[in-house]
Write a protein that binds this ligand. Structure first.
Ligand SMILES: Nc1nc2c(ncn2[C@@H]2O[C@H](COP(=O)(O)OP(=O)(O)OP(=O)(O)O)[C@@H](O)[C@H]2O)c(=O)[nH]1
Ligand SMILES: [Mg+2]
Length: 206
């Protein structure tokens, strides 16, 4: 798949602003600073489509990007300690509403920092996706920070933690663009499956 001209669609601050589309919507989730926005920019071949930041936890919005055949939703990062409890609970509720309606999202990329073991929040997120019956894939980010051997070992550890085969985890780097082609192939399959077998838009809710 070739991405020609990805564009920003809109931001949603509350459930009433979540978009509905004929195109599959894939959400990008992960803890603050894991590299969600950078991954989106890598796929788009653009530097500043999605705002990236060294300061974690800035974005409290769902940002939507049109990639032609599909839509990527850049979600606020979780696990940011400095966010107040009230704020966290508010966003927990917004996210719950996002994931509980299958018209909002059909697939999820769960991002994990390849250097570290999954956090408690990562595990909570994955369990939540399981219980919501949302199909998802793991993406290990910042692979440029490790040697090839370390990448292999850490992928093994992450896979073990979630009881999935190593091949379920795609190692990526928004710096070297490692994993980009693999990811685009994966997206192609995801779109095919949603269109042909998924309970996508017109099956359930309408
Ligand atoms: N070396 C390296 N740095 C990365 C990579 N991806 C992201 N970063 C850096 O990590 C920091 C956070 O990246 P973002 O893409 O803004 O992370 P995010 O997950 O969108 O963060 P929030 O929006 O705050 O949740 C930035 O300083 C990026 O430059 C990567 O693949 N390799
Ligand atoms: Mg971001």
């Amino acid at each position: 798949m070739i991405i020609k001209n990805a564009t920003f669609i809109t931001s949603a601050a509350s459930p009433s602003q979540f978009i509905k589309s004929e195109k599959p919507i894939i959400a990008v989730v992960g803890k603050s600073n894991v590299g969600k926005s950078s991954l989106i920019n890598m796929l788009a071949n653009q530097k500043k489509l999605a705002k990236t930041s060294d300061t974690p936890g800035r974005t409290r919005l769902v940002n939507y990007f049109d990639f032609g055949e599909f839509i990527l939703a850049d979600l606020p990062g979780y696990g940011f300690a400095k966010v107040s409890k009230v704020e966290k609970e508010k966003w927990g509720r917004v996210m719950q509403q996002f994931f509980e309606n299958r018209q909002n999202v059909q697939y999820v990329f769960s991002l994990l920092d390849i250097r570290h073991p999954p956090t408690a929040d990562d595990v909570t997120m994955v369990n939540f996706l399981h219980s919501s019956a949302i199909d998802f894939a793991f993406i290990a980010t910042k692979a440029d920070k490790l040697s090839r051997m370390q990448i292999k070992n850490n992928i093994k550890e992450i896979a073990k933690r979630f009881a999935v085969p190593d091949s379920y985890i795609i190692a990526t780097s928004s710096v070297t663009r490692q994993g980009k082609e693999e990811l685009l192939e994966k997206i192609e399959k995801i779109i095919f499956n949603i269109k042909n077998y998924g309970n996508y838009v017109d099956n359930e809710e309408e």
